[in-house]
Structure formats: C-alpha cells, structure tokens
Write a protein that binds this ligand. Sequence first.
Ligand SMILES: [Zn+2]
Length: 118
Amino acid sequence: MESLPLELKDAILVGLAVIGAIVGVKWIFGGRRLPPEKTFRCARCSVVEAHSARTIEAWRVGKTKLFCGSCHAKWLQSRPRASRTSRRSGSGCVGVLLFALVVPALVIGGFYYAHRIA
Ligand SMILES: [Zn+2]
C-alpha cells in the first residue's frame, strides 16, 4: 500500500467524504418539498387548518384531499385495524437517519484516518 503518495490518499479520502456529504444533503433536502400554502381546507368539514407533518407528508405523496386533525382522528377510528400500514412510512425515516449518521461518520473517519497515517 506504499504505491500511492500519502497526499493523494488524503485527497481521495477527503474527496469521497465531501462527495458523500453533498449527495447526502441533496438526497435529504431534495425530497423535502413543502406545500405552496401554509394552510389547507379540510376535505370533509371544510375547516381551514395549518399544515402538520402528517398533511405535508400526504401532500408530498400527491394526495389532494387533506383532512384536519379531528377528521383524521375520526377516520383512523373508523378504519379497520387489519388494514393499517403505518409501518411502511417508518422505513423512509430510518433510511434518512441512517444516511445522516453515515455521512458525518465517513467525513470524520476520513479525516481521522488521514491524520493517523500522516
Ligand atoms: Zn375536518
């Protein structure tokens, strides 16, 4: 492993870390679109309510009918338990969290490795 000059190794490590960080940030924030307005009209009771994390998520997946908090609670209660698929939305969050942990770890690890061998 002495074929590469140390500076080049450092440059490759830092370069990879920077690319990883840029891709990570773009990936995380690129999908974070927000509705054009801060409020929405409930599709059921027509009340105007401020967007919550739930309605923003629904808006992102292309739902045009948004429900206010109380209508959503009623809808949840009326829904049969067997058809609940709330676990599916969790995997995306875990992926983002994992990526947010891996990228800084890669950057710190890259710098640590570069300084350790220098
Ligand atoms: Zn409502």
